[in-house]
Design a protein around this ligand. Sequence first.
Ligand code: ADP
Length: 535
Amino acid sequence: MALAFDEYGRPFIILREQEKKSRLQGLDAQKANIAAGKSVARILRTSLGPKGMDKMLQSPDGDVTITNDGATILELMDVDNQIAKLMVELSRSQDYDIGDGTTGVVVLAGSLLEQAEKLLERGIHPIRIAEGYEMASRIAVDHLESISTKYEFSATDIEPLVQTCMTTLSSKIVSRCKRALAEIAVKAVLAVADLERKDVNLDLIKVEGKVGGKLEDTELVQGIIVDKDMSHPQMPKRIEDAHIAILTCPFEPPKPKTKHKVDIDTVEKFQTLRGQEQKYFDDMVQKCKDVGATLVICQWGFDDEANHLLMQRELPAVRWVGGVELELIAIATGGRIVPRFQELTTEKLGKAGLVREKSFGTTKDRMLYIEKCANSKAVTIFIRGGNKMMIEETKRSIHDALCVARNLIINNSIVYGGGSAEISCSIAVDAAADRHPGVEQYAIRAFADALDAIPLALAENSGLPPIDTLTVVKSQHVKENNSRCGIDCNDVGTNDMKEQNVFETLIGKQQQILLATQVVKMILKIDDVITPSEY
Ligand code: ADP
């Protein structure tokens, strides 16, 4: 800090850039970072597994979200710390690539950090720890491959896929109807999947929700649902073999771009103007009829006059349909979005076997179902539930189930869940540690200990004594050479996860280990944290 004077002799203080910043170096930096990472992981730990707890988060504008999906919790938590943000990013990448296992990956990373802290205290250099973790993660990933099994299914035998999706759903609020929802998810994925090319386009699955009804009323619609109704109550509610004009231009006379003024001083002038306007509408409706459209779906609105005319000319119409929906309708019905009436042709019309309006409850709520589309691949999962929060959480859970089914179609290898894969890896990594002569041996062993965090958290969340349960299961692994033993969270009576039908995809589990290791290595390598300090 230095004192200086300006040209009028007034004193002022010069602060050098450096002094405005606070700085943490060496071990202090690593410890502070580890503490930040661990605190994020601690929050998610209680959400892991079928008996995991949910979190309730309120956004600044008062919206409430209740969820146990790791990625969503972290997304909404609005963390400030940079390291905590890395953990959020970690969960997001697991969600992006795999779609499931977003809680597990953060819990694992937290546990790896915890173990690293102990090693740092013992004087082991962070780079050595990072290298040891890297070796251990490779051993674990290879071991997962060796204990994985192929899961056979076909388009006709979907039961195995349903079982796997049920594992994913069992830890969510919606577990009450996990069977029905898993079936819906699998059928939806199979509808858009190309089993030969092992390709799934999840974009073709639309997930729509409406408050009301029961979760059990959730259905799979072979087509598209739009939250809109016919523009006029007297228009038909059911159109078979519909030819749909998909328009992004409004039903109204064109407006001049520059300012204009029309003087109307006589009744005749007014009537001419009105007649002209009517002719515009009439021409537009005629144009649609000429090309053979039996339904018009319009991105814009039209006024009562146009609406009335459409009804009179028996051309049903839907207005104010959003851009995203319009695009989906175009894909599903094989139609083209038409931006100008002049461009409307018969080839650009979309085709659907059935378009119907369905009303719900006692309210005026109606939705439009577009079914039997020309491109039969697009499907919609229509979720019902008691309130908005429930619907949103169901959407997230269904997303996880869809991802799991997709992952299995892309690669049908699975490992058993309930912490069994982690225990098996932990034993394998521990055994491999002895073969490494260097200091890395400690880090490899620490990695093995860190893997235990998943079964420990599962046991703890289920109300079981964590350490006792883990030791029993671990000895079972070694004695019986059975890598399928996990934590019996639901108190079924057996801890063989094959019998409990608790699976996870191999790529999902491998990704968890790889991503968690990557982030932890990154955090360990930071030895200088420079932040602007508060004034
Ligand atoms: P994530 O967001 O990581 O998927 P979840 O809360 O869905 O977190 O929990 C998944 C964990 O719970 C996995 O390790 C999985 O193997 C385990 N799990 C799920 N269902 C069961 C069950 N019925 N018994 C034991 N473990 C289970």
